[in-house]
Design a protein around this ligand. Structure first.
Ligand code: URP
Ligand code: ZN
Ligand code: ZN
Length: 471
């Protein structure tokens, strides 16, 4: 199947120009002016942006957590992603206690089998090096294209690891070329604060935020940075929510250390006012790190503009408000942690980042596609528009206005963090390796079209044909 995309405004992290793109055999084979190649289909993109398919480096599909399982499985989550212009994501495999990494990988591959709508890779979340996976097994994962290890410094009694596990994993990463990712909050301190709040009779959702103060995030972020530096491992801090965590990342980066940080769409738009909403409405905003004081919004915009933070993910971890969040109706500590957003990242960042003049169009592409691709071993195969890259493309209508709502989104979740928000600019046509995924508001492709992408090691490039891509 060949495609000729005519006259679109091609926007990458570096460039912004009008040209034609010729796609053949799933890849971009030519970019130029007034191309007149024969193609199976010609797409008129005049007046539209042509963006690289966005990459979400942080999602949780079909994941057991907090006594339940995230509501979006691979099919519904990836469908939602596709409508939002995301054509590749990296999901978290969670190693069960006592489980080998191979068994955990098998579990996650089974969840995806036949359901994939977009391309995907996996991070491995290490939870147990005592009785489950061994350091040797961990070291073998990059050979299978799993080139990032995730550690939770919070969720005591569930996913949290101790500093020994954190540090040993960092030592393995330093040898194998994997990137270490941390959920940086001090889980021991949070556990004390939660017990104290419950003992004082505080059960409402607001106490989720009040028992996870910014200092707990700042401390853990700094600890992870210092330990990664000691181990010689590259570090990526996920879902940074506040000034106390941005500052140590910015300082490490000024020193030239191998440290990067991400924030998520929701931290620019939600605050303590939301989680304090009455009638259990606040439970919709229970995720970790929690919503913060609004003063952090400008801190985060400034951080993504100045590259103190280098990526924006969604941390899509969706639970129904009615039926799942309600597990914590009488005890905030039992509300499953996580929020939705896989479909809304591009629209929201375009509207409130680019159209509001906070970041450039190029920087938006860099934050949502190019940097995630570079950091997670997908570049230049993905994350840019170049000859030889996968034809993962978003034809984006910058003038079309839509209203975000749970009534129209494609996730299974029963609420939206951005309900009623009007945005101008939306994906019109979404291509995965040259195959049309979304057109005229419909999913055109059949689940199964997406593939697992074996990612390159940290700092290495991934080109077509270099590493296997399996279905
Ligand atoms: O509350 C959140 N963020 N849930 C997903 C798991 C995690 O911590 O990333
Ligand atoms: Zn987390
Ligand atoms: Zn997460």
């Amino acid at each position: 199947m060949s495609l000729l995309i005519k006259g679109g405004r091609i926007v990458t992290a570096a460039d912004d120009y009008v040209a034609d793109i010729y796609v053949d055999d799933e890849r971009i084979s030519l970019i130029g002016e007034e191309l007149d190649h024969q193609a199976d289909r010609v797409i008129d993109a005049s007046g539209k942006y042509v963006l690289p398919g966005c990459i979400d480096p942080h999602t949780h599909l079909d994941m057991p957590f907090g006594g339940t399982v995230t509501i979006d499985d691979v099919e519904s989550g990836q469908t939602s992603a596709a409508f939002g212009g995301t054509t590749c994501h990296v999901d978290f495999i969670i190693q069960g206690k006592g489980q080998t990494f191979a068994a955990a990988l098998d579990d996650w591959r089974a969840k995806a089998n036949g359901k994939q709508v977009i391309d995907m890779g996996y991070h491995m979340a290490v939870t147990d090096l005592a009785e489950g996976g061994t350091l040797e097994e961990l070291a073998s994962l990059p050979e299978q294209g799993i080139t990032s290890y995730k550690l939770f410094m919070a969720y005591k009694g569930a996913l949290m690891v101790d500093d020994e596990t954190l540090y040993r994993t960092m030592e393995v990463a330093a040898k194998t070329g994997a990137l270490v990712m941390v959920h940086a909050e001090n889980g021991d301190v949070i556990d004390v604060l939660v017990q104290e709040a419950l003992a004082a009779g505080h059960t409402e959702p607001l106490y989720h935020a009040l028992t996870r103060p910014p200092e707990a995030e700042g401390e853990a972020t700094n600890r992870a940075i210092q330990l990664a530096h000691l181990a010689g491992a590259p570090l990526y801090v996920v879902h940074v929510s506040c000034k106390e965590a941005v500052e140590p990342i910015a300082l490490a980066r000024e020193r030239g250390w191998n440290v990067w940080g991400e924030t998520c769409t929701q931290y620019f738009f939600t605050s303590l006012d939301d989680i304090a909403k009455p009638d259990f409405e606040g439970a919709k905003y229970v995720f970790s790190p929690p919503v913060r004081d609004k003063s952090n919004w400008d801190v985060l915009w400034n951080a993504v503009r100045t590259d103190a933070l280098s990526a924006i993910s969604t941390d899509h971890c969706a639970f129904l408000w009615d039926g799942q969040k309600t597990l914590g109706k009488d005890d905030f500590s039992k509300i499953p942690n996580g929020g939705p957003g896989l479909e809304n990242r591009l629209q929201m960042i375009h509207e409130f980042g680019v159209r509001s003049g906070r970041i450039s169009l190029n920087r938006m592409v860099e934050l949502l596609a190019t940097n995630p691709a570079k950091l997670f071993g997908l570049y230049p195969r993905k994350g840019t528009i170049a000859v030889g890259s996968d034809a993962d493309l978003v034809i984006f209508d910058p003038e079309k206005t839509t209203t975000i709502s749970a009534k129209t989104h494609h996730s299974k979740v029963d609420y939206s963090l951005y309900e009623g928000t009007q945005v101008t600019g939306t994906p019109e046509l979404v291509l995965l390796r040259g195959h049309v995924l979304v057109e005229n508001g419909e999913l055109v492709a059949t689940p199964g079209i997406g593939r697992f992408v074996a990612r390159a090691r940290f700092g290495e490039e991934l080109r077509s044909g270099q590493l296997t891509v399996t279905s």
